[in-house]
Write a protein that binds this ligand. Structure first.
Ligand code: SF4
Length: 729
């Protein structure tokens, strides 16, 4: 194996959560650099998502696409990442210009990679340029060596007795069985062919004695990594993990962690029971409240859904004897796994495999295809991970194509085989074709946004109908925005979650605002004003978690009993208080929650500016499909006619209710569209945007972001700015 580049270095110690160094790898030039960050960088951009945003804002332009050499792939934890005494500290962010959205996307991911990278002396890893051959990057903090090597071309099974490339790679690197001091990020074959390739974060689980994985699933991060020619990055450090952040106040860290762990251990068993059931527990809730995506979000529940409730997975597949945290010290431990599942379909049929999952999102991506088969869900989970494909984008794109068949936009000869709801053989075939870039999988691998154009072309050619007319129909049920597929919640009856998706800067992914539960299940946002305020407040808190390297679940999914005594229980402020304590104890600061929210708002504005630069920052880009706000077609209205009739009567009165269902359907959609537009007006005002959704100059100025580059961009969008005054600040 050829070593292409090797750098010896002195690993930088961590102090108060930071090393203040970035590992910068230019793959075109074949250069490895150890860059020092000035102190003001962390003060302004915090870490994680903030670092990715600032670096991409500086280093890329409006013309940068996912495969441009200057595109960056940034992986960064944050100052609070890597502390086993506090729950959920293994998270990091992968940020880049996305192949799906053509603007900034970030995806958060667990595992041991970011903690080990920090122990190797780096707060972030940046990959830029394009390698001329497939390589791997190895960062060995113990030896003080960083190497770029030609990617090993071994046969995983024959050479290393491993089923997957990633597993074989870790065995090869460790000269046998890996251990907890080594971790890797890898992509798969699907990243070569699909725009929604993922990055798997691999780590060794000594209890299960196998490699486990977590995924940076959204937006095509794996596709970018593979396009750059990087197959994997491996990190190693044997330094002690406890107290590794060298906090300013060790006792304060211990106390904050103990407080949160106590809430988790007492409250979770009374609430969602994530520690016992994992996130599949949500399938039952979502089905009960008409939120579970069924047949491309046409329906929110299904009589067969109980076949894929959490108890089924628990009894048939999940191994309960281990606490399943994705990083040390997380007592919420929601990352469930199954051992020895025999695959029944696909190229690996007959093999026994370990499976990490399923998460709720994966199970719901399968019900979205009208499939209620737990074995298929397990296999879909394994194959998507192994191919390196996002389970959400894959399921939503397949569902969209199935609905195109249902509504006559696609014919069997277009696909090559019947593509029907609930058909596990067809769904499996489409998955394998997508991963390999074969047959109709080439269309599926483009994601919903681009698949709409292909379907419109095919249908126009066959029928002679105007293409624009066809596309307008497809827009109504193609579940994507800004180019990203919706995640797995039906938003028809939750205006708050419509905004949660619509205003999400990366596209419709719930990690910016998961309001569906508090709005539709707990009914804690009854008024329009409360929904609008929540759409400003929750994304700020959630962005902060992505900047500091923390998992949000112990905050948002476990309600501190003390929250009931507060004015707004859904905000769970008593637990949030522990997080602020942990932050201050680590950094030696005296920040308040408001300071944290201000730091976060700066990052959101920076992301908004990147969107503006890439043509995804206006009101137009925040529009959601009809299917996201109500029944897009009559069959959906019919399925809940009594409910929708009642909803209309409450708004227009009995006398004004139209006689025909077609008219009632049209009226309902008009009212829902108007409500969404009103929501845009109010939320834009709350966020300091213009009516068109652009940040006002004074909003940028208040957060220190109104520099010459920002001014020029705003001016190019028609905003007039007092230039001298702005630049003198
Ligand atoms: S709550 Fe779940 S996802 Fe979050 S850190 Fe713990 S195990 Fe990982």
């Amino acid at each position: 194996m050829e070593t292409r580049l090797c750098l010896e270095y002195e690993p930088h110690p961590v102090k108060r959560g930071y090393t203040d160094h970035i590992l910068w790898v230019d793959l075109t030039a074949g250069r490895i650099a150890d860059r020092t960050l000035p102190p003001e960088f962390k003060e302004k951009y915090v870490g994680g998502r903030g670092y990715a945003l600032k670096l991409i804002w500086d280093e890329t332009t409006a013309r940068t696409r996912y495969d441009s050499p200057e595109n960056l792939l940034v992986m960064a934890g944050g100052p609070l990442c890597n502390e086993p005494r506090f729950p959920g500290t293994g998270k990091f962010i992968v940020g880049t210009i996305s192949p799906l959205t053509d603007t900034f996307v970030d995806s958060n991911i667990g595992g041991h990679f970011a903690p080990l990278l920090k122990q190797c002396g780096f707060d972030a890893l940046v990959l830029t340029g394009l390698a001329d051959r497939e390589v791997i990057l190895c960062v060995d903090g113990d030896r003080g060596v960083i190497e770029i090597l030609e990617a090993p071309a071994f046969n995983p099974e024959e050479d290393w007795g491993a089923l997957t490339y990633g597993e074989a790679l870790l065995r090869w690197y460790n000269g046998g069985e890996p251990d907890e001091n080594v971790a890797a990020v890898v992509n798969g074959e699907g990243s070569l062919h699909a725009r929604f390739g993922i990055i798997n974060s691999l780590f060794y689980d000594p209890r299960r004695k196998r490699i486990r994985s977590k995924q940076a699933g959204r937006g095509g991060t794996g596709t970018v990594m593979r396009t750059k020619g990087v197959r994997a990055v491996i990190v190693r450090s044997t330094l002690a993990k406890v107290n590794a952040n060298r906090p300013a106040d060790e006792q304060g860290v211990k106390e904050a962690g103990a407080l949160l762990k106590k809430v988790v251990s007492l409250a979770d068993p009374q609430q969602l029971r994530l520690a016992s059931w994992g996130t599949p527990v949500l399938v039952e809730y979502m089905d009960k409240y008409h939120i579970l995506p069924v047949m491309n979000y046409q329906y929110g529940r299904h009589p067969e859904a109980k076949a894929v409730f959490a108890d089924v997975f628990l009894e048939r597949y999940l191994t309960r004897k281990f606490p399943d945290g994705c990083y040390r010290g997380c007592n919420l431990a929601c990352a469930k796994g199954a051992e020895e599942v025999t695959l029944e379909q696909g190229p690996r049929a007959g093999r026994r495999v370990g499976i990490d999952g399923p998460e709720y999102e994966t199970a719901a991506a399968v019900t979205c295809m009208g499939i209620f088969d737990p074995q298929f869900i397990m296999e879909y989970n394994w194959y998507c991970d192994e191919y390196g494909l996002d389970t959400i984008s894959m399921g939503v794109t397949a569902s969209f194509l199935m609905e195109c068949v249902q509504r006559g936009f696609l014919a069997q000869e277009d696909v090559g085989y019947p593509l029907a709801w609930g058909d596990t053989r067809a769904a499996g075939r489409l998955l394998h074709e997508t991963a390999r870039g074969e047959g109709f999988g080439k269309v599926c691998g483009q994601g919903v946004h681009r698949a709409k154009a292909v379907v419109a072309d095919l249908h126009a050619r066959r029928t002679g109908r105007p293409r624009r007319e066809i596309l307008a129909q497809l827009e109504r049920f193609g579940m994507e925005m800004k180019g990203l597929e919706f995640s797995m919640y039906i938003t028809k009856e939750s205006l708050a979650q419509q905004g949660g998706y619509g205003f999400a800067l990366k596209g419709p992914q719930h990690d910016e605002a998961w309001l569906i539960f508090i709005d539709q299940v707990h009914q804690e946002l009854p008024t329009f004003e409360m929904k609008a305020q929540a759409l400003k407040w929750f994304p700020l808190v959630r962005t902060w978690f992505n900047a500091v390297g923390l998992c949000k679940l112990p905050w948002i999914d476990v309600r501190n009993p003390e929250a009931a005594r507060t004015e707004n229980p859904a905000r769970n402020l008593p637990s949030l208080d522990y997080y602020v304590k942990y932050l201050n104890a680590t950094l030696g600061t005296r920040k308040t929650l408001q300071d944290v929210l201000d730091d976060s708002e700066r990052l959101q504005l920076l992301q908004k500016m990147i969107n503006v630069r890439h043509g995804k920052g206006s009101r137009e880009s925040d529009r959601i499909p009809d299917r996201a706000m109500g029944p897009a077609f009559l069959n959906e209205y019919q399925a809940r006619a009594a409910y929708y009739d009642e909803w209309l009567k409450e708004r227009v009165g009995d006398e004004q209710l139209p006689g025909s269902m077609e008219e009632r359907h049209a009226l309902l959609l008009r009212l829902r569209r108007e409500a969404y537009e009103r929501l845009c007006d109010v939320v834009y005002r709350e966020k300091g945007y213009t009516d068109e959704g652009l940040p006002l100059p004074e909003t940028l100025e208040a957060f220190g972001l109104l520099d010459a580059k920002a001014l020029e961009l705003l001016e190019s969008k028609g905003l007039t700015v007092a230039r001298e005054r702005a630049l003198s600040n």
